[in-house]
Each structure stands twice: as C-alpha cells, then as structure tokens.
Design a protein around this ligand. Sequence first.
Ligand code: HDE
Length: 708
Amino acid sequence: MATNKQPPPSGVARTPSQSNTNKKVEALETFRTDATNQALTTNQGVKVADNQNTLRAGERGPSLLEDFIMREKITHFDHERIPERIVHARGSAAHGVFKVYESQAELTKAAFLQDPLKETPVYVRFSTVQGSRGSADTVRDVRGFAVKFYTEEGNFDLVGNNMPVFFIQDAIKFPDFVHAVKPEPHNEMPQGASAHDTFWDFVSLVPESAHMVLWTMSDRAIPRSLRTMEGFGIHTFRFINAQGKGRFVKFHWRPTIGSASLLWDEAQKLAGKDSDFHRRDLWEAIDNGDYPEWELGVQIVEEEDEHKFDFDLLDPTKIIPEELVPLKMIGKLTLNRNPDNFFAETEQVAFCPGHIVPGIDFTNDPLLQGRLFSYTDTQISRLGGPNFHEIPINRPLAPLHNGQRDAMHRQTIDKGQASYEPNSIDGGWPKETAPAAAGGGFETYTERVEGSKIRVRSPSFRDHYSQATLFWNSMTDPEKDHIVGAYSFELSKVERKPIRERQLGILANIDETLAARVAANLGLPAPKKSADADELGKSSVKESPALSIIAKAKPSVKTRKVAILAARGADAASIKAVQDALKAEGAHAKVISPTLGSPAPGIEADATILGMPSIMFDGVIVAGGKESAKTLSESGDARHFVLEAFKHLKAIGALGDGEDLLAAAHLPNGEEGVVVGSDVKQVLKRFIEAMSMHRVWSRAQKAESVPA
Ligand code: HDE
C-alpha cells in the first residue's frame, strides 16, 4: 500500500510491538523512536557529554549564555504544554483493528466495509466531557467514544458518545451548554461534576435537554469500565452503495463482555482513591491480553421511510427504538495495543466528524452540521496550525496529495512547481478523480433541498419528553432507584430553590412518580405534568429492554476482578485453588493483605487493604486459616472491606475460618451472594454464579442500612 509516512530520522529505531496483529501498520510507523543503546543528543543531533552541569564561569560563577545545551533544553521545556481540549479534555486511548463480518456492499461502498479478511487499523479515544485533563475518571458524566479508522480510502472518524442522544438540538447552543456545565466562571468549581447551579439553571430552562439529562442521571454516566460501555454515533448518517442508493444509518457499539456500571458511592470514592481507575483498567486489560471488543451495529432506514416515525430522524435528542428498527451487527472492533506515548498519541489525536470516506455521508441534523465546522477549527488553536493532519497519529495511511502548502510546522516536502489545479506544468497532477481519471473520489449524496433562509426549529423537533418517558419506563427497579438518587443528589447541591423547582417541573413531564420521588428528597411539593406536555408528541414504543443495562446483562465473570483477603497464616492451598478457578473463568484475582509480604507459603500479597480497597474489585473472597482470620477480624480496615463490598452488592465468599471476618463485621447472615463453607469447590461455584450478574441486586434494600 502506498503511504505518506515519513522515513525515520537516521539512528532511530522502532519500539517493539506489544501485539502482533498490527504488525503491518507498525512497520509503516517509522516515527516511533527508541533510545535504547543510543547516545543523548541535542535536537540538532549533537552528542551531549555532560547533562548535569550548566556551563559557568568558574566553579561558583554565573551561568553563561553561551550554553546552547542548557538553553535548548529549558526553552523546549518552557513550551511543553498545549491547550487541553475545550470539552473531552480527560481521555485515554488505544490502538486496535476493525473487521467487518461480511461485505456490506448492498448498503455502502466504503472500502473498509467490504472484505471480512481485511483489518482496518483504528485508534480509539474515550473521554469524560466536563472535567479538565487531570480530573477523575469515575465522575458522573457522558463519555466520549471516538474512533479513527485509518482506511485505505482515507481516515473515517466516528466521533460518538456512550449515550445515544444529546443535550441540545442545534449547534448554536453548544457554547451555552458547555459554559453552563463547566466549572462556574467565578470560582472554577466544581471540577468533574454537573451538580451545580449553572448546569441545572440551563437544562431546566431548555426542555430539549430532558431526555439526555435523564441518561446522564442513569447508570450510563458512571460506567464500571470503559470496556463495558456502549457507544453511539448519535446522529443519523447516510450509507451510499456503489449504485448510488442512499439509506439512513445509525451507528452503535456493543461491548462483547456486556455493559456494567458503578454505584454512585463507589464512583465517588474511586474518584479520590484511584482517579485513574478507568484509564488503568483499560491499560491493564490490554496489557493482560484481555483485548476489549465491541461489535459495530447499524440501524438502517430506507430513504422512503424517513417520515414514518413519531420523531424526526434529524433530531439528535431522539433514538430509533430497537423495537422499530433492529440492530444489524456488521463487524468487530478489537483494542490490542497500548499507545507508546500519551502526549504524542492520545493528546495529539484530532478527531472530526467531517473526516468521512466514500460510501458514508452526513444528514441535515443541525447539531452534526455545526460539528462539521467546530472540530477542525478547534484543532487549529489546540495543535498550533492547520498542519495537524501531519502529526503521526493523525496521518492517514492512504496517500495524500493536494495544493495545500506551508503554514506552521509543515513537515511534508512537496516536490514540483505547481501547487494549484488545473495545471499544465506538473502534468496536471494531482488530479481530481471524477469524472475522468481513476475514480473512487468522495461524491456528496445528491439530496433535494428547498426552503427559505430562516432561523427556525422544525416543529418535528418539538417533542422533548416522550422518549425520556420511554427511557424511564424501560429501567429496572434498581436502575430507577439510582436515577432518583442521582437527581436528588445533584439538585440538593443546587443553591437556588427556583432552579430545583423548575427542574422538578421537567421531571413531572417525563413521569410524575419520578418527579414526586425526587421532590420528596428535596423537601418540595411534587409538581404535576404540564397541560400541554402530551400534545408535543407521543412515542409509539412504550418500553424498550435494550435501554436497560440490568435487563440485558449477560451472566459472565470474564475480566472481573476479585480480592482474596488474606493475612499471615492464611491457607495457601485454598488461595491457590481460588486463583486457578477464577483464572479458568477468565477472571483475575489479587491477594490483598494488611501488609505487603507473604501471607502464606508461596503466596505474595499483591497489594495492601488500604492500597487497593474493595471499590476496586467486583467481588471478595476471604481466605481460610485460623491466624489469618483472627488478624483480619481484629482489623477495622478488613471489616470495612467486606462491609463495603456488601453495601456495593458484590459477591462475597469466605473459606473455612475466613467466615469469622464476616461475623466480626456483623454482616447480615444468610444473605444472597454471601457464600461460606469449607468446600472450596462448592464455595467458588456459588461465588462465581453470584458475581456473574455483576451485582446481587436483590440485596439492595438490606445494603442501604450498611454505613457507607
Ligand atoms: Fe464534540 N467537540 N461537539 N460532541 N466531541 C469536541 O473537538 C462540538 C458533540 C465528542 O477524543 C471538540 O477536538 C460541538 C456530540 C467527542 O478527541 C470540539 C458540538 C458528540 C469529543 C467539539 C459537539 C460529541 C468531542 C473539543 C455541538 C457525540 C472528543 C476538542 C454541535 C456524538 C474527541 C476537539 C477526542 C470533542 C465540538 C457535540 C462527541 C470543541 C460544536 C453530539 C467524543 O470541537
């Protein structure tokens, strides 16, 4: 394949790969450097003999301006920072591949969707939206899910989120929305949170946000892992096949290990105890060979069916319920390689919904249309000019040639005299591909449009509540409880009572019970639905199980993490048996002890109880052994560990004497998901069953009485 990748600077070796799948691409990535066995040099390639001392006049004398080595080093350091992203500043990313299951030629001519044998390299960046680059991972927020496909026809960026709708319908409102949700301008608080007056002021005044705000108050906003998130392109796009036939398409990502979320108490504690929780989880999963995978699903709507729905396909605050248009799974994304350098790759990667390839096209969704402008514009100041496409992580694998020249940081050295088209001097090259020459160029889908130049919102965008009601109705009881808890938490932090009251009015239009439950927690009267709420629109689908995480959870313990609590004198054989059994199921066990060292012969503690608290695990097993059980029972931290796991509805197992710790912690006896016994096999079997649903939901009410 032709490539525009630059040759490596001389003396530069490539970093060894962490996975074999991407070998071909890596061979092209000659810009990766490795300093092993290389001399320290200046940026001019001059070897540095002394990197410890500035050049000075005499041992105790002043430093000399002449010291080009010190000056170069400090000057570069002084300019190390670039502006962080205005939104989605906190992110982490990984390399991988995408493969289509079978040719989608019927739907699209996009080359990367034709051949099931072809692997298209991807770079995927997940992010939070509100917080700054250093904010915590587990905050309540929407997550970005941005995928860059390096296809043979150029880069295609699917810049989506982990929720299928958005807060606003028109791009012109984005700066208002972002200013409202960001830390408040007078005191820059709060960081990584929407629980503050300006956010709720805005959304309570803008009812089109009702549906998305409900999603952000749901478990979707506190994912267990980036690997357990669904992803959505949100907008309706178009597929175009080789015959020129167009169809509407919505894109979905579905994690193959299923979806799961944190509990709010866990999320808050994790933000303090491991603010890199998601980033670390993604990194370790890839390092362990637990490659995260998502299936790409599409919902296809024929052009002639555009107006058949009770919502507008162009309205980004609406989903197409799967009951109306089922998902067709067309391929798989696998993340199999961690980046080598956070700044060079994850920070400098530049996504843009306008990066599109032949066979895919936009629609007139007014939010999407605005995004097509915004992303390139923002990169120009964030990445210092219009040549950001030359930064290695952004370079397409497809060759690129055009008359664009110069500007800051230009890297390409264009040969030839003509930087214009048409030209006769360079033989007319490079030439456009239609109508005569090679073909395969991007051609915009022909769509008839007609209208007056007006600033209006289409009446078909007016229904702000019925799909929010659909979402609420589709939740299981625990999910409804979490939503009530989230609105109550957030609104209790709002200082201005009229804002709280106004938001309750919006909730009543979604569902009066929801509004009444939140109102009770806020000490306010429960409002009634407004008279005209139902006139704005109705959803023909009343319930959609696909919207619930719990309803569609698949039992599995794959990649889940289990703490084995053990102190000195623990029973080594049973610890080994637990480790082996969990490994066989694809789960991971860590031995957690009051101190580091060896709690049992041949067993090393992986971490301390305080270093890796229960919130970092999906389940806990207390090891057997009299002395170990005694030490743990006398430890407040160990008792807290199991109590907290109980509160967070996690599977708990105790082997032999390990049961003493549960008794010392006054854990309610005979509870679901609490398994005790001396038969390791039996205990493990029941423990794994309990953990496979991620949480023991039936325990929720009991757990409330356990202190946080
Ligand atoms: Fe973005 N968005 N956005 N956005 N967005 C940015 O681009 C913007 C929207 C999304 O990992 C910025 O490079 C406007 C919807 C992701 O690097 C900026 C509007 C969706 C990311 C921008 C939206 C997204 C961004 C900031 C309303 C889901 C992170 C830095 C019209 C479909 C990508 C940057 C990454 C980033 C603008 C709305 C997703 C400012 C104007 C809807 C995942 O250009």
